[in-house]
Design a protein around this ligand. Structure first.
Ligand code: PEP
Ligand code: MN
Length: 350
């Protein structure tokens, strides 16, 4: 439930309400607006304590949150949540483009891809260091060596870095190197990982599980929020259906549905949702038209030689075309694509 404080509530009154929430064994999540403070109360049936709070000084009214996900719901926070991602605003009017290889393979592959993506208009770099692979015999990622390469390429390009954590123990390590920690589809309901992500203050990119409902995705986000991390990007990356023509089926509906149910930013991954590079650009366009706050796209300079997901990776020039088209679509739906950075170490060089 939400405790809506009156516009005249004093700090002392707010503190008294917070102390009462604590005494009753619930957890408060405070949201301070320009006009008034709203305190989300989570725990086991806080609504039973409604009368206790109703009579406290400074309390205007109590509003139950009907959805099972409380902190993630638009009922709790009506306006879009935004946070900065090194120069661009995630969840604002600007469409954020994250691009890069599925996996970091070596320094040159990463740097070449990053520079090409940035020149085409990407704002952030993706690249897996720890890869969740279906086969234990497939390339598993370069681990911490890849994280070091990501850090070096971030230094050169100025691009914030997105990379995946597969276990709770990896969260602090990834947070040392990355600007956004990805939780992959296979781990969407790994609750100890979600809790560890919630304890970190690094933004989290939470991908929808391949058989997860929208509500299950939001409940997974609720774990992260309830542990204190409010910087979450939700990602539709396709779901398993009976259709076999593509690797997954893009649930384009999920974008407007999520945007109506939650205040959290929502992006689309058309690379995994289609699994074939030929369809990535069309589905990316659909995602932005449907209201996505951004895209995460796999790009590789030599997809035929890629160590993972080559078949769904765009060549840099195809990615550049995609960005040009996305600019037009974004404008048509009242959004825009902010400019990407000029690489810091490249400025002034011929
Ligand atoms: C990835 O981003 O490379 C990845 C493995 O994604 P997903 O978890 O969506 O399959
Ligand atoms: Mn991939």
């Amino acid at each position: 439930m939400m405790i809506i404080m009156s516009t005249e509530a004093t700090e002392v009154q707010i503190d008294e309400v917070l102390a009462k929430i604590d005494t009753l064994g619930f957890t408060p999540h405070t949201s301070r607006g320009a006009e008034r403070t709203v305190i989300g109360v989570v725990g086991n049936n806080p609504i039973n304590a409604r009368d206790t709070f109703m009579v406290m000084d400074g309390v205007d009214r109590i509003v139950p949150i009907s959805r099972p996900y409380k902190l993630a719901s638009r009922e709790f926070i009506a306006e879009n949540s935004t946070f900065p991602l090194d120069g661009v605003q995630m969840g604002g009017d600007g469409v954020v483009l994250i691009a890069g290889p599925c996996a970091v393979e070596d320094r040159n592959q990463l740097l070449e891809t990053a520079l090409a993506c940035q020149e085409a208009g990407a704002h952030a770099l993706r690249g897996g260091a720890f890869k969740p692979r279906t086969s234990p015999y497939a390339f598993q990622g370069l681990g911490e060596k890849a994280l070091e390469m990501l850090a070096e390429v971030r230094e050169i390009t100025g691009m914030p870095v997105v990379t995946e954590a597969m276990s709770p123990e990896q969260v602090p390590l990834i947070a040392k190197y990355a600007d956004v920690i990805q939780i992959g589809a296979r781990n969407m309901q790994n609750y100890s990982l979600l809790n560890a992500a919630g304890e970190s203050q690094t933004p989290i990119l939470l991908k929808r599980g391949m058989s997860a409902t929208i509500e299950e995705l939001l409940m997974a986000a609720e774990y992260i929020l309830s542990h204190g991390n409010r910087k979450i990007i939700l990602c539709e990356r396709g779901i398993r259906t009976y259709e076999t023509s593509t690797r997954n089926t893009t649930d384009i509906n999920a974008i407007p549905v999520l945007k109506s149910l939650t205040h959290l930013p929502v992006i689309l991954d058309p690379s995994h949702s289609t699994g074939q590079w030929q369809y990535v650009t069309a589905v990316a366009r659909a995602g932005i038209a449907a209201g996505a706050d951004g895209l995460i796209i796999e790009v590789h300079p030599n997809p035929e030689k890629a160590m993972s997901d080559g078949g769904q990776s765009l060549k840099p020039e195809k990615f550049a075309t995609l960005v040009r088209q996305i600019r037009g679509i974004a404008e048509a739906v009242g959004r825009y694509v902010p400019p990407s950075k000029v690489p810091q170490k490249m400025q002034g060089q011929a």
